[in-house]
Design a protein around this ligand. Structure first.
Ligand code: ATP
Length: 589
């Protein structure tokens, strides 16, 4: 498939304002794609060169692109910079320059999707001394062989500003439609995606082996599994009611979720985050001990990595665990307060997938492989039959510095990528008011007025994610909780992702001064969830007469934006459940 054709589809995607039209355009594009091309096309369309856990980046800064444009179009750097300052989009700038360029390419071969993917991968792989110049030349070569519209998208891609507004679910539905003619196989495809975290792989299997291939997909080592998530409950009684006669109750560690994949024969270990990003290098302390502490040839386990002081037997606060997010702090911190890994699940052992076994069986397999229990241990756990037993354990865990407990259904499978009542979390912070925080997606912002003029940001318009509809529904404006520093950095971040109109997957009748791509997630605390006609959260048809849900007195509590994708924000369903929980009897202290 020629990239020129893909670029036309990208342009159409930018123009539409409904999610269903996006699916139509995408599925038409996919139906013209071959098995050999589909993986590359999926990654390109996601603005990437690999699945997220491989984290392959192209590494072109604006300056490098400008230098490349100067070579490929013969325009002066200054002219390019000037044009860029008027368009604000280097993609458009490049497009205009290619139209007026007097330099003609000697290469008459038209650019295919695979050519483009290969060239971009080559640029991405260029590193070390002199790599800047090589990247500039390679990129210039690519542009001089591209049409104006191709140039627009290649540049945006290289700068990470492609932003077609597509979610994973949109792509999955379009894939379903392109192969089967309708969107009905979306769920099946999603199951495949849940166990490999790689849309390119799912698409390839679908194109190669059809729906049967997807049904037969198996968990594979070093392909991260999308994590199972927990529901909330208001009371210990409710947990027992929902779980049946007995359940397992584990400590809820407030650290970093870590999914560890290990293959002893290959001498290989990888650790993935909740977002399926590879973060192996952040954990030298765990890597050092995994081979000796886990008795298995190959394994996928999941747990929480947390700073723990062995001398005082104290769990350290979350802030201490994440200090090692910055590279230079990793070694220092791992020596000072080594992280311990508290494992709570096992999905794969010695070549066998375990996800469909009941919790109890998985748990005993997990405990059996943890032979040393020094740095890598099983999570604390009891089997509870009454709400009183849960409460006692909860109080004990809180005293030890944990965040609360997670109750687990003894018979449940591991359900990848889903939030189900087979796991129920109970945190110390749950009270009658809404004191659990919510993670909201920023969909727009208001320019600063009065004392906020200098920050360029007066407040945010925020949304929850409706995972059934794959849409972002407005839920609140946020005007408080920001520090000055935060306002400045948010206005800079948001300024870069402003859009001319409301993005296609956003539902809101509140109009901000500027719409932005749903990309950044912030943590927000509010006093209450209220019913309100003003916001779209929870409305069936989004009509004016319906009443949705909104937040009362929202304030931002995260330091900056959270390390979560827009689709990992709090969902509409969770808001509805939290709304009901507010009305129930509060927890006693
Ligand atoms: P929260 O901010 O409440 O942790 P979340 O959206 O990150 O919420 P949830 O699935 O809702 O994640 O809550 C469960 C989280 O608690 C898991 O993501 C996991 O990282 C953490 N956790 C800590 N201890 C356990 C445990 N024993 N079992 C399961 N999850 C645990």
């Amino acid at each position: 498939m020629l990239f020129n054709e893909v670029a036309q589809y990208y342009q159409k995607l930018e123009e539409v304002s409904s999610r269903l039209s996006m699916i139509d355009i995408l599925s038409e594009m996919f139906s013209k794609t071959s098995k050999e091309e589909i993986k590359a096309l999926i990654y390109l369309t996601q603005g990437a060169l690999s699945p997220p856990f491989e984290g392959k980046e192209i590494g072109m800064a604006e300056k490098l692109v400008i230098s490349s444009l100067a070579i490929s179009t013969g325009a002066e750097q200054k002219t390019i910079e000037k044009l860029f300052s008027t368009t604000g989009d280097l993609g458009q700038t490049g497009e205009k320059l290619v139209i007026t360029s007097k330099l003609k390419s000697f290469n008459s071969k038209k650019l295919t999707v695979l050519d483009l993917f290969e060239s971009l991968t080559k640029i991405s792989n260029t590193s070390g001394v002199g790599s800047k110049d090589i990247k500039i030349r390679l990129f210039a070569g690519l542009i001089s062989n591209s049409s104006p519209i191709e140039t627009r998208y290649i540049i945006r891609f290289s700068l990470g500003t492609l932003r077609l507004g597509l979610g994973d679910a949109t792509i999955l539905e379009a894939l379903s439609k392109s192969i089967t003619g309708n969107r009905d196989s979306k769920e099946l495809l999603e199951n495949g995606y849940n166990i490999c975290g790689d849309l390119g792989k799912v698409a390839y299997i679908l194109f190669d082996k059809g729906i049967k291939g997807i049904e037969n997909m198996e968990v594979e080592l070093f392909n991260p599994i999308r994590p199972e998530l927990a529901e909330r409950a208001k009371s210990f009684e409710e947990i027992i009611e929902r779980m049946g006669v007995a359940c397992s109750v584990e400590g809820k560690y407030d650290g970093l979720r870590a999914q560890l994949h290990m293959d002893k024969k290959k001498n290989k270990i990888e650790i993935f985050s909740r977002n399926l990003e590879r973060m192996t290098l952040m954990f030298p302390d765990i890597l050092k001990n995994a081979f000796s502490e886990i008795n298995a040839e190959s394994i996928i386990v999941e747990g929480e990595a947390i700073a723990y002081n062995e001398n005082t037997e104290e769990f350290r606060p979350f802030q201490e665990t994440i200090q090692r997010k910055r590279k230079h702090e990793v070694e220092e911190k791992s020596a000072e307060v080594p992280l311990h890994l508290f494992l709570f699940d096992i999905m794969y052992l010695n070549g066998k997938q375990l996800m469909s076994l009941p919790y109890e069986e998985r748990r005993s397999k997990l405990e059996a492989v943890l032979v040393k229990r020094k740095m890598i241990l099983p999570s604390a756990k009891i089997i509870a039959k009454t709400s009183k037993e849960i409460e006692l354990f909860f109080n004990k865990e809180i005293t030890e510095g944990l965040e609360g407990v997670v109750a687990k259904d003894l018979n449940s499978k591991y359900v990848a990528g889903a939030r189900k009542f087979s796991w129920i979390k109970m945190k110390r912070s749950y009270r009658s008011e809404l004191s659990d925080t919510v993670d909201l997606v920023i969909i727009g912002y208001f320019s600063g007025k009065g004392s906020r003029t200098e920050f360029g940001l007066g407040g945010l318009l925020a949304a929850v994610y409706n995972d059934k509809k794959d849409l972002f529904e407005s839920i609140t404006k946020i005007g408080t909780g920001f520090t000055e520093k935060q306002m400045l950095s948010l206005s800079e971040l948001l300024g870069k992702i402003k859009t001319k109109k409301k993005p296609a997957r956003v539902e809101s009748t509140v109009e901000p001064d500027f719409w932005v791509d749903p990309k950044y997630v912030v943590e927000v605390r509010a006093d209450e969830i209220t019913r309100s006609p003003m916001h779209m959260c929870g409305k069936e048809t989004y009509s004016q007469d319906e009443i949705g849900y909104a937040l009362r007195f929202p304030r931002i509590v995260s330091d900056g934006v959270r390390d979560k994708k827009a689709e990992d924000a709090t969902t509409t369903k969770e808001i509805l459940e939290m709304f009901l929980l507010q009305k129930k009897k509060p927890l006693s202290d």
